[in-house]
Design a protein around this ligand. Structure first.
Ligand SMILES: [Zn+2]
Length: 253
């Protein structure tokens, strides 16, 4: 479509309204990564008392009523994508579409190709704790070149994520080997910058963009699923993430 730009004298205010015509500032690019897919669904759970919009409860269906981390991650990612786009402030892209499967290598390649200003990877966790869990926000360790941006974005998200009821944790996520081929997640508060000499999350290494990984709920907590995985909970969580991201990018200007 042709637009009429440039041949008219614009006042500053009008020019700002017609930002599409100006060569103005580029919008920050946020890449959303829905943490799992149908091939590799992450944690799984079953809760017959719940009816979650992203779970197939059809009798006779394969895996009827199975709650997967992949399905939750995708539902939240889609909601966040639409809320971020509605602000008009960001270019929002995905590592993968809802139906696509993608290996970690594929994700890292896509991050490097698109060079986003920030990557948000969305997950759930599995704990045996009863009751609701606090969201876990993993940021890049101090040794990483993009640590500062990752930490600043994580801090902005922490301020917005369920601040009243259950303050989220801002942490570094390391892996401690426990026996050959088996690692245990080693979670350290973000103010502990000790070099533990351990690997961190793979999505945070081997790419040039700042990454934050958020784990919003425990898939094995009925309370979490009932409150946070229902449509209203997904919308509220997506709004908190949107507000944290908006704060972070406002600080960058
Ligand atoms: Zn996961």
């Amino acid at each position: 479509m042709r637009t009429i730009c440039g041949k008219v004298l614009l006042t500053a205010a009008l020019a700002a309204l017609l930002a599409g015509c100006s060569s103005g500032n580029k919008k920050p690019v946020i890449m959303l990564d829905s943490g799992h897919d149908l091939q590799e669904p992450g944690y799984t759970s079953r809760d017959d008392e719940l009816s979650l919009s992203f779970v197939d409860y059809t009798e006779g269906a394969e895996n009827a009523g199975l709650i997967t981390e992949a399905a939750y991650d995708e539902a939240l990612t889609a909601e966040l994508e639409s809320l971020l786009k509605a602000t008009g402030q960001f270019t929002v892209i995905r590592t993968k579409t809802a139906d696509e499967s993608m290996t970690m290598a594929g994700r890292l390649e896509r991050i490097d190709k698109e060079e986003p200003d920030l990557v948000i990877s969305i997950h759930a966790i599995h704990t045996m704790e009863t009751g609701a869990t606090v969201p876990l926000i993993c940021v890049e360790p101090a040794g990483s070149e993009t640590h500062d941006a990752s930490l600043a974005a994580g801090t902005a998200l922490q301020a917005r994520l369920h601040p009243a009821e259950k303050e989220s944790q801002l942490v570094y996520c390391y892996y401690t080997p426990v026996r050959p081929e088996t690692w245990q997640l080693h979670i350290v508060p973000a103010d502990d910058t000790t070099d533990y000499g351990e690997e961190t999350l793979e999505i945070m290494t081997g790419n040039s963009a700042p990454v934050v990984q958020v784990s919003l709920l425990s898939l094995h907590s009925h309370e979490d699923l009932a409150a946070l995985a229902a449509p209203e909970g997904i919308r509220q969580t997506a709004e908190m993430l949107r507000d944290g991201l908006t704060d972070y990018f406002a600080q960058q200007n």
